[in-house]
Ligand binder design. Structure first.
Ligand SMILES: Nc1ncnc2c1ncn2[C@@H]1O[C@H](COP(=O)(O)OP(=O)(O)O)[C@@H](O)[C@H]1O
Ligand SMILES: [Mg+2]
Length: 378
């Protein structure tokens, strides 16, 4: 029997724990024409939530499109992906995509072809001079609204890992996006991102390009009372009994982070499926040790890229928690030196998303990395 716990890529359908209240809230806001920023640390389930949300909106007749900013490295690439994604959201057959492209983006001289795997491709024959780049930008940025109007439908356009925009030099595209998007009456935009502080700055700083453009929603982990029954049913299908206490232990060991929970359950299943067993504390310990071992090379790589001081800060947080990191006692007990050096290290660790901050506490983002760090000799 296939392992019912999935991790690593997007989960949808029956692999997805409902998050009903989030889905309802997001759908309602988008239907009202509200733009949204969706923030959470990595692996909390933003992308899975967006896929589920868009599927549900699509089934109710809304036009939806999804763009992953990680896939683009230049503004031109982003705009091409945006054009292609929007047209494909409205039409699937290549000849129809072309007709729509000619209709809405005729000035860009669109051409449709197929790639080596038979997927339709779209290219534009207007050159790459600064002037044609600008013309391209103007046409593509007005496409969402024009498409929505043409199809007489609301369009929901989601940008995932939107903070990556900030890597493009100059910031010109962001400003142009803002000035176009704010005029789009029939489009609701979703901007999701894992680098929460960067995205938050984009949305809340007065000089930020998307200042007050939309509502900010922070995605929290899945509530244990929703996750636990989901886990219990799946374990049972492999004749594994997980008591309420053991389910709590798993959730706590995984910091309630959806990816970690699925990963740990997947490993427990791999260890125990097929026999009638009750999960014990020792099983959970063994599963965690196996995962820490599997990810060891990746953790050593990450460790290798850190300064000695950053490592010391991480060790201190792994052992004592990250609540009072600037207190004199904490600095002294872990020999961390000055307040300012700790601040510098924390800033770098936050930027690399090795830690994140929640309710005034610094936490190591990956529970298994925390185990690995904690397990190192002092
Ligand atoms: N609603 C959910 N139900 C069950 N597992 C989830 C859910 N959301 C996320 N996960 C788990 O977390 C992993 C990462 O999810 P993903 O959507 O890629 O997160 P993010 O985009 O925030 O990094 C998934 O592969 C899955 O194992
Ligand atoms: Mg994601």
């Amino acid at each position: 029997m296939q392992n019912p716990f999935k991790f690593g890529s997007v989960v949808t359908g029956s692999d997805f724990v409902d998050r009903r209240s989030e889905l309802e809230e997001l759908s309602r806001e988008l239907a009202d024409g509200q733009h949204l920023f969706l923030l959470s640390p990595r692996r909390y389930g933003k992308t899975s939530l967006i896929f589920t949300l868009l599927d549900s909106l699509r089934s109710r007749g809304t036009l939806v499109a999804y763009l992953d900013m990680f896939r683009t490295t230049t503004p031109r690439q982003l705009l091409e992906l945006m054009a292609h994604t929007l047209l494909r959201a409205a039409e699937s057959r290549p000849e129809r995509v072309l007709r729509l492209a000619l209709d809405l983006l005729g000035r860009l001289r669109p051409q449709v072809g197929t790639n080596s795997t038979g997927e339709p491709t779209l290219s534009f024959d207007i050159g790459t001079s600064p002037r044609s780049d600008l013309a391209f930008q103007e046409e593509v940025l007005s496409l969402p609204q024009r498409l929505a109007v043409k199809r007489k439908s609301r369009l929901v356009l989601a940008f995932d890992e939107f903070q990556e925009m900030q890597r493009f030099p100059g910031g010109g595209l962001e400003k142009a996006m803002r000035s176009h998007f704010q005029r789009h009456r029939h489009v609701s935009y979703v901007f999701a991102g894992s680098k929460q502080s960067v995205l938050q700055d984009m949305a809340t700083l007065e000089r930020g390009p998307f200042y007050k453009f939309g509502r900010i929603i922070s995605l929290s982990s899945i509530p244990p009372e929703e996750f636990a029954p989901f886990m219990e049913v799946r374990f049972r299908s492999g004749r594994i009994h997980a008591s309420a206490e053991m389910l709590d232990t798993i959730l706590a060991a995984a910091d309630d982070v959806p990816y970690n929970v699925q990963r740990l359950c997947h490993q427990l299943w791999a260890l125990r499926a097929g026999k009638v067993v009750r999960i014990t504390q020792a099983d959970i310990g063994e599963a965690i040790a196996t995962i820490v071992d599997q990810d060891g090379p990746y953790f050593s790589g990450a460790w290798d890229r850190l300064s000695l001081h950053q490592r010391q800060v991480l060790q201190a947080i792994a052992r004592a928690g990250g609540r009072n990191v600037f207190a004199g006692e904490f600095l002294a007990a872990h020999r961390l030196g000055s307040h300012s050096s700790v601040q510098t290290s924390l800033r770098k660790l936050l930027k690399e998303q090795i830690i994140f901050k929640t309710n005034g506490e610094y936490r190591i983002a990956d529970a298994f990395f925390r185990e690995w760090i904690g397990g190192r000799s002092p």
